[in-house]
Structures are given as C-alpha cells and as structure tokens.
Design a protein around this ligand. Structure first.
Ligand code: F6R
Length: 241
C-alpha cells in the first residue's frame, strides 16, 4: 500500500488523473472503474483538460461506475448517470456505449446486479478503480456492516450517508434510501485501486482505514490487503495519520 500526501484537493486530482492517464496511454482500451461525489471532480477536470489538449484518447476506453441510487429517474439531476455525463462523459471522446452505470431502477434488481458483475468480467476486469471514501469508511455504497459483501448488491443507505448526501437534494426526505453498488469483491478484483480523500471530515475514516482493524465496520480497511492500492490524500484528510 502506498500513501501520498498533497497540499490541496486540486493536487490530489492531478495526481489521480496522471495515474489514470498513464494507464490509458499504456493500454488504450483500459477498463476504468469510476466514482461520483465531490472528491473525483478535480480528477475529472484534469482528464477533460488532457483529452481536449490531445494528450488522452478515450475512444477505446470502457468504464463501469461504482454505484447508483435506486428509484431515482436516470435523468434526475442528482442521479449518478447525470453526474457522469455532466462531470466527464460529455466532455471527452468516450463512446457512451462503452460506459456503464448500474441501473437503480431495474425491475429485477438481482438480475441487474448479476449482469453488472458479468459485464465487468466479460470486459476483462477493471484495470484501475477510482474510489472516494465516506465519512463512515464506506467505499462504493458498501456501508459499515457485519460482513463484506462480494458482488454487486442493493444497499440500504445509513443515516450518516443520507445526511452526507443531503447537500445535493432539496431536503433530507428527497435523498434516496437505497442504492445499487459494486461489492467489495468486485472492487478488490481491480488490478489497481486509487483511493482519494480530501477534507478534514474524512480524517477519521482515513485513520480507521489505515490503522484500524481490517473489519467490515470500516469497509475501506480491506483495501490494505490489496496488492496494488494507492491512497492519494490532502493534508486535511491525513490529519489523523
Ligand atoms: C460515489 C461513491 C461514494 C463516495 C463517497 C465520498 O460513487 O461510491 O463511496 O465516493 O461517499 O463522497 P464525496 O466524494 O462526495 O465525499
């Protein structure tokens, strides 16, 4: 496990984008695992800049997102489908047919979960997985629990996550209560993992992930057992290390 510290969130984004860019240059049909939320936005801005500048070509890249809310229309402005279009896909030359975000409105949720894991395997697995971290140590929407769940599954969001995501909705009651998420096994199967954290509100989660027990109460703690994981942290999120 490597940990790199940076002065600012912008630098964390530049470092992550540099590693993703190197991956795409070395393997133009790379499979990216992508995240939403505030943390990866500087990374996406840098990837857009590199693409517009002719340095990066996404035409053969494939991507799978970590998660999506359940029971939120895909065109809702806070859906993760919308987020990915607004923050990245609409600004780079990726083929929309090569991008997949789980369907949180699937009638048959079990079938959607199975087909999502199968599609990742059929694409050859994820080359590089981008992760943020929840204040409660979640990765994807794998919330604190008694077990690690292997595959894609439906999650009941915890109160902490509902409160953290309330800032994106008009009121707390508008925040969806369920999500579909890649499981810990699917995340751990990625060949390389980049976990990004910025801001003091992530410091306790980072401390628990790095120094605490490897325990599903802090889902990110399992990343320490991955052979190729890099934490990219700003000083505030690393404040308790
Ligand atoms: C998003 C995701 C979540 C976020 C986490 C941090 O796709 O899977 O695990 O990475 O909730 O969110 P932000 O970056 O908004 O603090």
């Amino acid at each position: 496990m490597q940990i790199h510290l940076y002065d600012s969130a912008a630098q964390v984004g530049q470092a992550a984008a540099t590693l993703i860019a190197a991956q795409i240059i070395a393997k133009p049909d790379s499979v990216l695992g992508l995240a939403t939320g505030s943390t990866p936005i500087p990374t996406y801005q840098e990837l857009i800049r590199l693409c517009k500048g002719g340095v990066l070509d996404f035409s053969r890249v494939r991507s799978f997102n970590l998660d999506e809310y359940c029971n939120l229309p895909v065109d809702h402005e806070q859906s993760y489908h919308s987020f990915m279009r607004q923050q990245l896909f609409d600004h780079i030359n990726i083929d929309p047919a090569n991008t997949r975000v789980p369907d949180g409105n699937a009638r048959d949720q079990a079938a959607e979960c199975a087909s999502y894991d199968t599609a990742i395997n059929q694409a050859g697995g994820i080359d590089i997985q981008l992760l943020g971290i929840g204040r409660n140590g979640h990765i994807g929407f794998n919330e604190p629990a008694d077990t690690f769940v292997y595959g894609c599954h439906i999650v009941n969001l915890t109160q902490s996550t509902i409160e953290a995501n309330r800032r994106f909705f008009e009121s707390e009651s508008d925040v969806p209560r369920q999500a579909i998420s890649l499981g810990i096994g699917s995340i751990m199967n990625a060949r390389r993992i980049l976990l990004l954290a910025t801001g003091a509100d992530k410091a306790e989660a980072i401390r628990a992930a790095v120094y605490g027990d490897i325990n599903p109460k802090t889902q990110a703690s399992i990343l320490r057992t991955h052979p190729n994981v890099i934490f990219l942290l700003d000083k505030a999120s690393a404040g308790l290390l």
